[in-house]
Design a binder for this molecule. Structure first.
Ligand SMILES: [Zn+2]
Length: 453
């Protein structure tokens, strides 16, 4: 998967996550809400699938929403839908709509990145969630969070919200902890401009976690490698145990706890490194990653926990750069950053995976001696700056017709302008069941039991 980076807008949506402590009654209501949201999603999906199988036109979402919420409440089968707030049920349908839109865009070829399959039925899983929009929650003066039909929930406010959130997702993770994740629109609270010399190129994911064009190495933290082994061990334990047995439950809980610990260590590490990079540089050039490609080619770099950390690093870096008013540019991963000599631009560097072991080399054309990763980072920076200059020329051309096009005009010239959720969801408390952390780990979105309450 490649990561759409490119230029980013000034308004970014960030997530702010907090632990919450619902009481017994609230936990019961939350369980019902999670279950109802899932059932409504699945009922709607079934309607779409049946229409498709029957060769009918795709029904409109409003009509489907009426059928699976309003009308379903009147039936004996689904009468319990009336007990929970309608807001998360509607949000659940909105998620289905988003999934369908992504699928159709992918079919049409309008969507970058890997192919997106059609939406699938949600199954009951260890990690459950429900989303409330503004109509469904209120932040009380007392610091409690009021959720419709659930009541006032205690929140551990580990940091302040920067502004009014537009929505909140309540999450129960695989270890049975509860979290809320607020979406907050943050418009540029730019850091002081550092001037055009404060530029950095970043090479990701080879021998070190990241290496910058100024020669700084960010080593891959040991816990990433250790986590890999541990997760494999606990995963094996889970698959050995009988499904539904007491021991099976214990093994799953242990696995979920390791996941949670890894996720939190990784979050801290990434938080720290991205903050430093954004504080110190006005322009950041990064190479896009092909994490799946790396793993598929059997290059032993493709450890999954490590890959995930790289993906998250890019998302957090993008969000922070946007918030701070920095320019972040993504250099195509096919750009031969490793092979080009950063001194004379001859292609004299190590080639292909046979030469992965080459850490230092001398250019046969100009005699310059290079550290492999630093050289790559310098090339990434140069390519990034070249692309920015190109964009600026184009933008200057546009300016002749339309006055007053600022940095945003860069977006119009081919940068990916996606901000909001996909890029800026850096801190989801995705503890417990993260997708693909080991070969047969549970995907985040649900696989175990048929949808039922
Ligand atoms: Zn050279």
């Amino acid at each position: 998967m490649s990561y759409p980076l490119g230029m980013v807008n000034r308004v970014t949506h960030l997530r702010y996550n907090y632990r919450i402590y619902p009481d017994v009654d609230q936990r019961t209501m939350l369980a019902r809400t999670f279950g109802s949201a899932r059932v409504v999603y699945n009922d709607a999906l079934r309607i779409f699938q049946n229409a498709w199988k029957a060769g009918l036109d795709r029904p409109g979402f409003a009509a489907v929403a009426r059928a699976v919420i309003t009308e379903a409440k009147q039936t004996l089968d689904r009468v319990w839908l009336a007990e929970v707030s309608v807001v998360p049920l509607q949000q659940s349908l909105r998620h289905l709509q988003v999934a369908y839109n992504a699928f159709f865009a992918s079919l049409r070829g309008d969507r970058k990145g890997p192919k997106v399959g059609p939406p699938r039925f949600k199954r009951r899983s260890a990690r459950q969630s429900a989303e409330f929009t503004r109509r469904g929650f209120v932040l009380r003066e007392t610091g409690k969070l009021y959720l419709a039909k659930i009541g006032e929930v205690k929140v551990a406010w580990s940091r302040d919200l920067p502004s009014e959130p537009s929505s909140v997702t309540v999450i129960k993770d695989g270890t049975g902890k509860y979290f809320v994740s607020f979406v907050v629109a943050v418009d540029g609270a730019p850091l002081p401009d550092l001037g055009e010399d404060a530029v950095v190129g970043i090479d990701l994911g080879l021998s070190a976690f990241a290496v910058t064009s100024s020669g700084k190495r960010i080593e891959s933290p040991k816990f990433l490698r250790r986590a890999e082994r541990k997760l494999k061990k606990y995963q094996r334990a889970v698959s050995r145990k009988q499904k539904g047995s007491q021991n099976g439950r214990k093994a799953r809980l242990k696995l979920a706890k390791v996941h949670a610990r890894v996720a939190s260590q990784r979050r801290d590490f990434i938080e720290q490194e991205t903050t430093r990079l954004v504080r110190e540089s006005q322009v950041l050039a990064v190479e896009t990653l092909n994490v799946h490609g790396m793993a598929a080619k059997g290059m032993r770099l493709g450890k999954s926990v490590h890959d995930q950390a790289l993906g998250m690093f890019l998302r957090v870096l993008t969000a922070k750069a946007a918030r701070a008013g920095r320019t972040l540019i993504a250099v195509d991963r096919f750009y031969a950053s490793t092979q080009i000599c950063s001194a004379c631009e001859a292609k004299t560097g190590p080639k292909g995976k046979e030469e992965l072991h080459v850490r230092e080399w001398q250019c046969t054309d100009c005699g310059a001696v290079h550290d492999r990763d630093v050289n790559a980072a310098i090339n990434i920076l140069r390519e990034g700056l070249r692309q920015i200059a190109e964009h600026e020329q184009l933008a200057a051309g546009h300016r002749k017709d339309q006055s007053n096009l600022g940095a945003e005009s860069l977006n119009a010239c081919g940068g990916d302008t996606k901000t909001s959720d996909t890029l800026a969801a850096p801190e989801t408390p995705n503890t417990g069941t993260e997708p693909g952390t080991s070969g047969n780990a549970k995907p985040e979105r649900d696989k175990s039991l048929p949808p039922s309450l």
